[in-house]
Design a protein. Structure first.
Length: 298
């Protein structure tokens, strides 16, 4: 199996539109072409480089008039995503102090074997009461104004929103990043691009999905789960997908709040190049469907 050139896949898709017209937002057509180029097993997000290439080929094959009829501009209204519970609404947690840097170091795995072989490694990090404390802190924590919405017109997914957390971070998040940085550098080196320094609050509503993509960050990234799988949401599994044939994907679903997943962002210290994404979020047993997490090393 080989990966077909993007222009070739776009032309095949455009010729299919002639006989089977499908009126969609331009970004949705681009996502469909990229998805086919990557084997069709997972939706692939567009980027600034792929959009003009695909749209130009669609216009060439369809003609300007038909292209305008089938490829509508679309809108970019932000999705309606759930808010974090207010501090007063969060259940009273234990009086125990938040874990120190040394305590978090002691909770990390003895090695990074799974990270090196599978591209990701998941483990328990925070207790349920510590997660509740963190959620209460994040409900009051400022964002730095940099946000990103996941919408059909953006071509990156739907029903999701990212926001960069302002510094200084809540101590437990900063300690987590510091401990993880040491752990990654000790067990998964040598690093080629290093690790990013930002933390993102990730919020998804029912129907949320994150198309497979490649962040412009460092070798590794991490996700800290704040919601309770099966209760706050179902589905929504994080996955890694090989960027080149055979485009194999591996799901890494969370089992409990407080679990942390470290994964390869770029090539990291291995040879496999991955895309990553999130599968469809479905309603859990709770009244409100919400999938909250914090992305680290962005």
């Amino acid at each position: 199996m080989s990966k077909r050139p993007l222009k070739e896949v776009a032309e095949t898709y455009a010729r299919r539109l002639i006989s089977q017209p499908a009126r969609r937002i331009k970004a949705e057509h681009v996502v469909a072409v990229l998805t086919q180029q990557h084997g069709g097993g997972f939706p692939v997000a567009l980027n600034h480089g792929t959009r003009p290439t695909v749209c130009r080929k669609l216009s060439d094959v369809l003609g300007a008039t038909r292209y305008d009829e089938l490829c509508t501009p679309g809108t970019s209204e932000p999705p309606s995503v759930p808010s974090l519970p207010s501090a007063s609404a969060v259940a009273e947690s234990s009086a125990a102090a938040a874990p120190t840097l040394d305590e978090l170091r002691g909770r990390l795995p003895a090695d990074a074997a799974a990270l090196r072989t599978d591209g990701a490694q998941r483990f328990d990090l925070l207790t349920e009461s510590e997660v509740q404390q963190l959620v209460a802190q994040l409900a009051e924590h400022a964002e730095d104004g940099k946000t990103q919405s996941l919408t059909d017109s953006q071509g990156n997914g739907r029903n999701g929103r990212y926001a960069t957390l302002a510094r200084p971070l809540p101590p437990v998040l900063q300690h987590t990043m510091d401990a993880l940085r040491e752990w990654i550098e000790a067990h998964a080196s040598p690093l080629k691009r290093g690790l990013g320094g930002k933390a993102l609050l990730l919020r998804y509503a029912e129907g949320g999905i994150n198309y497979a993509h490649h962040d412009a960050s460092g070798d590794f990234q991490a996700l800290l789960m704040l919601s309770t799988p099966g209760v706050d949401y179902r589905g929504g599994a994080f996955y890694l997908a090989r960027r080149e044939p055979p485009f194999d994907t591996t799901d890494f679903p969370f089992a409990a709040p407080g679990q942390l997943l470290v994964f390869r962002g770029n090539r990291g210290s291995g040879e496999v190049d991955y895309l990553h994404g999130m599968r469809l979020v479905e309603r859990g047993s709770a009244t409100t469907c919400r999938r909250f997490a914090v992305g680290l090393f962005q």
